[in-house]
Design a protein around this ligand. Structure first.
Ligand code: PA5
Length: 445
């Protein structure tokens, strides 16, 4: 991957950028030595090096079994427990997989990442029709949304296959010690994977949390880890911004923030990057947004969103910068056909590939937005493969940790998430929350 900041630096102060690079040099040491905030959650940093081949083998064996017996695979999880898997799977899968005749890969479906009754009832209608298996993924094992979805799906599976066969179709991915899910998995003898204690949810895609669903989708998890490993080596080896792209990215995005740009928009030009953007938003939003600080991470998919958000980005309040995630080549080839009489005037494009036209849209937009006062950082890769996604994942994680340190926050906790949970528990009548429930209901009158 390459990172180009030439269309962003002039919007920040050169002194600010220099100062950030200097501070990041010491923070790199703090991170690598494990002496900073949240240092009991640094397991992600060495995951690609320590990727235990016994676990990878077990994942591959289980994935083959699941693929053989399931047309659908339901991933139950929320936040860091599903976004990484979905990001990689969506990037590398056929965009219309469910409709592909003779497809070999199971379709991956998601549950417990929302509380919609229609969504889950609709999912049950589909699960009635197909053979399926399930991964229930929760580090804490107590998160309400996936716990409710799991109750519903477990009951459905047991009705459909009987308790014994159902137990062989449920894969639990959870913490070693804690939580109801671990206890249930032991009692019911579900095949189980452990999420390492020192890896937080949003940094867990390279553990079984992400690797099991990714392998079930038919993707090469060793290549994914391999890509992450090469970026890990680069990120750990040097704090020089010329050699370490994670330092470069952290330095410029924070310099822009300090120069009055509190919003970062991750821009893609491929719809299959939608969930990569969602993963990135969660990673940066939960890691940095605390103590009344942090860049607000947003996402757009161009050219689609040029017809919705484009106007605002070009001419609205000047509060944002863009980071483009640019992919040079596409896997498939499709050219614009020639049309008799040229009714739409587009015959000058006849024979041209869509990817080339998409790139010109990207370049034209980049220059227009820069002219409109929007700094642009450009991260480019040659194509989307498991290796390159592994590199990008590690790059963004490493840079996020450094950015959090530069901001002075703990990039590995998420204390703010508790506030909504407490209110929800109080309002749905969870034992122990009665008093708070009364007070909240008063306020809602
Ligand atoms: O990054 C995080 O830690 C969170 O987003 C969690 O992944 C999310 O809240 C789900 O938690 P759990 O896996 O414990 O169900």
């Amino acid at each position: 991957m390459q990172i180009d900041i030439s269309k962003a630096v002039s919007f920040s102060s050169p002194e600010g950028m220099k100062q950030n690079e200097k501070e990041l040099e010491s923070l790199h040491k703090v991170l690598v030595d494990g002496t900073g905030k949240g240092n009991d959650f640094l397991g992600w940093m060495k995951l690609p090096a320590g990727a235990d081949s016994a676990i990878l083998r077990k994942i591959k064996v289980d994935a083959e079994k699941i693929r053989a017996q399931s047309q659908l695979f339901v991933v139950i999880g929320i936040g860091g427990s599903y976004l990484g898997a979905r990001a990689v799977i969506d990037c590398l899968s056929h965009p219309f997989l469910p409709l592909l005749p003779g497809r070999k890969d199971p379709v991956i479906l998601y549950a417990g990442e929302n509380l919609s009754e229609d969504y889950h009832a609709g999912l049950m209608e589909i699960l009635d029709q197909y053979d399926y298996s399930v991964a229930v993924i929760s580090k804490s094992g107590t998160t309400t949304e996936p716990a409710i979805a799991f109750r519903i799906i477990k009951a459905h599976l047991e009705k459909k296959y009987g308790k014994e066969e159902a137990a062989g179709r449920i894969y639990a991915v959870t913490d070693m010690q804690r939580g109801a899910l671990k206890k249930l998995a032991e009692e019911e003898k579900y095949p189980t994977y452990v999420i390492p204690d020192d890896v937080g949810g949003r940094y867990s895609v390279l553990t079984p949390v992400g690797l099991l669903p990714i392998a079930v989708a038919g993707l090469d998890i060793e290549k994914l880890i391999g890509g992450a490993r090469s970026m890990m080596e680069q990120c750990l080896a040097s704090a020089d911004p010329e050699k370490n792209p994670a330092i470069r990215y952290a330095a410029i995005r924070n310099a822009l923030y300090q120069s009055g740009k509190p919003v970062e928009i991750l821009v893609n030009y491929l719809p299959n990057l939608y969930f990569f953007t969602e993963w990135w938003k969660q990673l940066y939003g939960e890691s940095e947004g605390k103590e009344n600080k942090g860049i607000f991470p947003a996402g757009v998919g161009f050219t689609t969103d040029l017809h919705s958000m484009g106007q605002y980005i070009q001419e609205g309040t000047r509060l944002m910068f863009e980071t483009i995630l640019s992919v040079e080549n596409s896997g498939k080839e499709l050219r614009v056909p020639f049309m008799e009489k040229d009714p739409d005037g587009l015959n000058f494009l006849a024979g041209k590939r869509l990817t080339g036209i998409n790139h010109m849209a990207e370049m034209g937009t980049l220059l227009a937005h820069v002219d409109g006062g929007v700094p642009n950082i450009r991260i480019s890769v040659t194509e989307l493969t498991e290796e390159i996604l592994g590199e990008l994942i590690y790059f963004f994680e490493f840079s996020c940790a450094l950015s959090g340190y530069l901001l002075g926050v703990n990039p590995f906790d998420q204390p703010g998430v508790e506030a909504y949970k407490k209110n929800m528990f109080a309002l749905i009548g969870k034992p122990g929350f009665e008093e708070q429930g009364k007070k909240l209901r008063e306020r809602l009158k």
